[in-house]
Design a protein. Structure first.
Lengths: 336, 338, 348
């Protein structure tokens, strides 16, 4: 089947997939203890006030009806309102999601730039001291939590050396953030050509991105190393050596064959990090979507949580779709 | 891009009629504990240009180990412990890694079984052949592609132009095998090793491919080592035949000598297996037929299975002796013809 | 005598996903196997021979035509067939058909588990089966990986024999084996047939082996039986161009014994999708005439159970040199390889 049919089919599936995800999340979130109405009105509220508010919020309806109402609002583009920020969730997310996206994308890119070459070199020279050092690194990194590394980095580079900016957000407090075009400061500051703001945003990104990158390079490294090694031991690689093909060509071919697996893990990491970077977001006061969702959970604030789930589900599914398309492009055994 | 005609290969200067001379090859495989297993033991061979030597034997005899060791790439974790592999005057093992690599694929080619798992699944068949030509013959891409197409035509692949863009998984077993042959022969190598290349193919396809390989080898006056478990192939397509057992050649000679006048008990037992004659087979096997121990230093390696074994066989390792012109056997008491 | 197995007008098509065409695996075949008889089913890839085995065993249902076993119509119900254990199967790759985590003894017993036989009887029957195939008791405690390929195949046969089947379908049982192991297994099968009277459907592309073990042979091409009959007659006097082409490709291990290679089939086997209306071989056949393209040749009975589907079979008969090359080769082998009489008493 050709590419267009495939894309159409996948897009067709996205709708029920998202519906399923949202339904399950809705039901799960409903099990979180804590009554929003009580929390909103505070400890001095009267039972009647609470009941009235619950009725207004529709919390006294059966769960599935509530879900139905939620879906109906969703179709109108209304993701509900956060009682914490008192703003529509859609607005909140549109502001915060790009922040997370920027952080996570830069972090993942760094992870790839660290993990891929290291994995390759250690696959090419499996018994060298370099490979052993790399093993040590991935072992260490696999056992460290990212937020701890973040704290260490802050301590070294900000507290001790003073070369990093304070972990207080995405941009220097004295500067004005750029107007929201994409929501990503690096892009927006360039678009309006505000170079000081650009430099400030960049410098604020360094430490969190480094923390994310160093830790998440681990799985990428391991996957690259093991898959490329496997490819180099496969029949066709050995045959290429028997045919007298130059070593770097054999290596290039092995890498090409290993790409699908490496891509898979990158795509999984990407989807994971959208929510998984929340601790980094909190440490650096990033104002990202993950942080927002966690506060929603802690405050029994339903709609931000659901809104976040929706956004990240759509994001992950899109990433998977793109990765699958890339598979089609590079692996001739699929499709066609 | 300029159109360039495919260059005709200049005839190579040859120092003698001998294409490959193998002297005293030894290969062993280290084991986890204890002594290494000797896979090939003091093996010597000579193959002339324009001849096909068939190497027959059962699995485990060391045929594939020999094939790979000829290219100085014994199967992992094997090690070559001794021997010279003199190919057109130069010992391959004494060359640098880069020089060896150059010889492989250009002068010394190997055809392997299971072609679909040996071809890179992500690159088109045409590109794989062309890459080989491009690298070894140092020609440009366009000329390499032209040569690849020419080879595909020579191996009689149907619809060769379309097949140039096919991927290995799109081809049937027979076609994939033809591709591997095309790849092996595109640089007109002087020496071709075929390691069980026609097993797993349909009978009629096998017949075509064997004929094809023989024709192409003759055309280029290459020497060929044809490894197989099927002695029928050796009987009809090879000029010389060598029988291998436990890492050694136990009998070698012209096709007529081996098939019409076999002298070594193992050769005869092997041939009896193809005759499906139970009585005959029983005569040539001992009731306690076991697999051969590999490190039988001071004895004939076949002695424990040989129905004609005598004292001398168990204490003295036999050497290859010439029994007649073009016929040698490694046996103290080669079977006499009645 | 009613035949043990009667297959009549069998058809089987496999649909292709994403398209409306079919792979026509089997196209109207009929054959029978008697008690204690071996029928060799010969063909190359795409001939459908493995599918035939599958239909008989009930592994493939949803076919058209009838399969009768011991006079009774077999239902398309895998359980009812295999559970009764009267039809069994031996596979090509002995190592792959044995569960690597089961000891050999357990693998052999397994079919009896399905039949609900209790443990003591299972054990004793397992020992009998192992003895039947020549497996020493010590091997029964080992795992498949510790056995040679020949021994593994013996296990496969023991496992098949343990339910006392009347018919065994063997799908390329010796293709993966060395010549000696191959000959051993063939000898074993023939001994079992002589002693117990089991029938075999021997599916293979190895014509020498088929010639030796089969009483009768059926040659398949693209899902059709193009020629069938008594093995020696069919191989000595083939009357179908495909049979001739197939036989000419056989390589006997003796340089002086060659088959007539003057008839060769051009090209490759066409795809089994959208087969032509006339004879399937027409595009490759050197004897094809106009009629072959439009009409499927009906069966011609040449007497003695020898049936061929070809319009030109009489012309092909004229080409006979009536020499049975296989049996000539056997005689020559015997002469050439006979054990030296003087040494017969000397083996130490």
């Amino acid at each position: 089947m050709n590419t267009l049919t495939y894309i159409a089919r996948r897009l067709m599936f996205i709708a029920p997939q998202i519906l399923g995800i949202v339904l399950v999340s809705f039901l799960l979130v409903k099990t979180i203890p804590g009554d929003p109405a009580t929390l909103m009105l505070g400890p001095t509220a009267t039972p009647q006030a609470i009941t009235a508010l619950r009725h207004e919020m529709g919390l006294d309806q059966p769960v599935l009806i509530q879900f139905g109402i939620y879906l109906r609002n969703l179709s109108k583009g209304d993701l509900g309102t956060s009682w914490q920020t008192t703003r529509p969730v859609l607005e909140d997310l549109l502001m915060r999601f790009p922040a997370t996206l920027e952080l996570v994308s830069a972090g993942l890119l760094t992870a790839i730039l660290i993990g891929l070459p290291l994995g390759l070199v250690s696959a090419f020279r499996p018994k060298s001291w370099f490979a052993r050092a790399v093993d040590f690194y991935s072992l260490g990194v696999g056992s460290l939590p990212d937020f701890w590394l973040a704290l260490v980095l802050i301590f070294i580079f900000y507290t001790l050396l003073g070369i990093a900016p304070p972990p207080l957000g995405r941009i220097d407090l004295a500067l004005t953030p750029p107007p929201q075009i994409t929501g990503m400061y690096l892009i927006d500051t360039l678009l309006i050509w505000d170079l000081p703001a650009f430099r400030s945003s960049l410098s604020h990104l360094v430490l969190p991105v480094l923390a994310l990158g160093l830790i998440n390079a681990g799985p990428i490294l391991k996957m690259t190393q093991s898959t490329v090694e496997k490819m180099l031991q496969s029949d066709f690689s050995r045959y290429e050596v028997l045919c007298g093909l130059p070593h770097n060509l054999v290596l290039r071919h092995a890498l090409r064959n290993a790409l699908p697996s490496i891509l898979t893990i990158i795509s999984v990491l990407y989807g994971f990090l959208i929510g998984g970077a929340v601790l980094i977001e909190i440490i650096f006061s990033w104002g990202g979507a993950g942080q927002y969702a966690v506060q929603g959970v802690l405050n029994s604030d339903l709609f931000p949580v659901l809104g976040f789930v929706l956004f990240s589900a759509i994001f992950s599914l899109t990433v998977y779709l793109i990765v699958d398309l890339i598979y089609f492009a590079i692996d001739p055994r699929l499709g066609n | 891009m300029q159109q360039r005609s495919v260059k005709e290969k200049e005839p190579r200067l040859r120092s003698s009629t001998v294409a490959l001379r193998l002297n005293n090859l030894g290969v062993e495989f280290p084991t986890a504990l204890g002594n290494p297993v000797v896979a090939i033991r003091d093996l010597s061979l000579e193959i002339d240009h324009g001849t096909i030597l068939g190497l027959v034997g059962e699995s485990g005899a060391g045929k594939t180990t020999l094939a790979r060791s000829l290219l100085n790439l014994p199967p992992v974790p094997g090690r070559i412990t001794s021997g010279e592999c003199i190919f057109d005057g130069t010992d391959l093992r004494k060359l640098s890694e880069g020089e060896q690599r150059k010889r492989r694929g250009r002068d010394l080619s190997i055809i392997v079984p299971n072609p679909r798992s040996e071809l890179n699944p992500m690159i088109t068949v045409g590109d794989q052949i062309a890459t080989r030509a491009e690298i070894h013959l140092k020609i440009d891409r366009a000329e390499a592609q032209a040569r690849a197409l020419e080879m595909l035509k020579k191996v009689q692949i149907p619809d060769p132009v379309r097949r140039m863009k096919a991927y290995p998984h799109e081809l049937s077993g027979g076609m994939a095998q033809r591709v591997v042959i095309a790849m092996a022969l595109v640089c007109s190598p002087q020496f071709v090793i075929s390691d069980d290349a026609s097993s797993g193919l349909d009978v009629t396809v096998q017949a075509q491919i064997l004929r094809l390989m023989r024709e192409l080898a003759m055309e280029q006056q290459s020497a060929m080592l044809f490894i197989t478990r099927d002695i029928g192939i050796a009987a009809h397509f090879c000029d010389q035949v060598a029988v291998m057992y436990a890492g050694e050649i136990v009998e070698i000679g012209t096709r007529e000598n081996i098939f019409l006048r076999p002298r070594h008990p193992y050769t005869i037992m092997l041939m009896a297996a193809f005759s499906h004659n139970a009585g005959l087979r029983a005569q040539w096997r001992r009731p306690d037929d076991q697999a051969a121990p590999r490190n039988s230093q001071g004895a004939c390696s076949y002695a424990s299975r040989c129905p004609l074994a005598q004292e001398a066989c168990r204490s003295d390792h036999p050497h290859l002796r010439e029994l007649a012109l073009g016929h040698q056997a490694r046996c103290h008491f080669p079977v006499e013809r009645l | 005598m009613t035949n043990l197995l009667e297959v009549l007008n069998l058809h089987k098509k496999f649909p292709i996903t994403g398209s409306s065409s079919f792979v026509q695996a089997i196209n109207d075949i009929s054959f029978s196997i008697g008690t204690g008889e071996t029928l060799g089913l010969v063909g190359e890839s795409g001939s459908g021979k493995t599918t035939v085995g599958g239909c008989i065993l009930g592994l493939i249902d949803d076919y058209e035509g009838s399969v009768r076993f011991s006079g009774q119509q077999l239902l398309s119900d895998r359980e009812s067939r295999i559970l009764r254990g009267k039809i069994q199967m031996v596979f090509q790759e002995p190592g792959e058909s044995l569960d690597p985590r089961f000891r050999i003894g357990l693998s052999i017993e397994e079919p009896l588990l399905a039949l609900g036989v209790e443990v003591n009887e299972r054990r004793s029957r397992m020992l009998d089966a192992a003895e039947l195939v020549g497996l020493p008791k010590e091997l029964l405690e080992l795992y498949p990986a510790e056995l040679s390929a020949g021994q593994q195949q013996r296990v496969g046969i023991a496992r098949a024999m343990i339910t006392r089947p009347k018919l065994i379908v063997l799908d390329e049982p010796t293709s993966a084996l060395d010549p000696n192991a191959r000959a051993d297994i063939i000898e074993l099968l023939m001994q079992i047939q002589k002693d117990i009277g089991t029938s075999y459907l021997f599916i293979s592309h190895d014509l020498s082996t088929v010639r030796f073990i089969s009483d009768r042979v059926a040659i398949m091409y693209l899902g059709m039986i193009v020629e069938q009959g008594d093995t020696a007659s069919v191989f000595a006097q083939p009357r179908h161009p495909y049979s001739i082409g197939l036989l000419s490709a056989v390589l006997l291990p003796h340089p002086n014994f060659k088959f007539d290679t003057s008839v060769s089939l051009a090209g490759e086997i066409p795809s089994p999708i959208n087969l032509p209306k006339g004879c399937f071989l027409e595009s490759r056949c050197p004897f094809a005439i106009e009629r072959c393209r439009t009409e499927m040749p009906p069966p011609s009975d040449l007497g003695g159970g020898h049936i061929v589907h070809c319009f030109r079979h009489q012309e092909l008969a004229k080409r006979d040199d009536t020499s049975d090359i296989f049996s000539d080769f056997q005689l020559e082998s015997e002469r050439l390889l006979s054990f030296p009489k003087s040494k017969l008493d000397h083996s130490t």
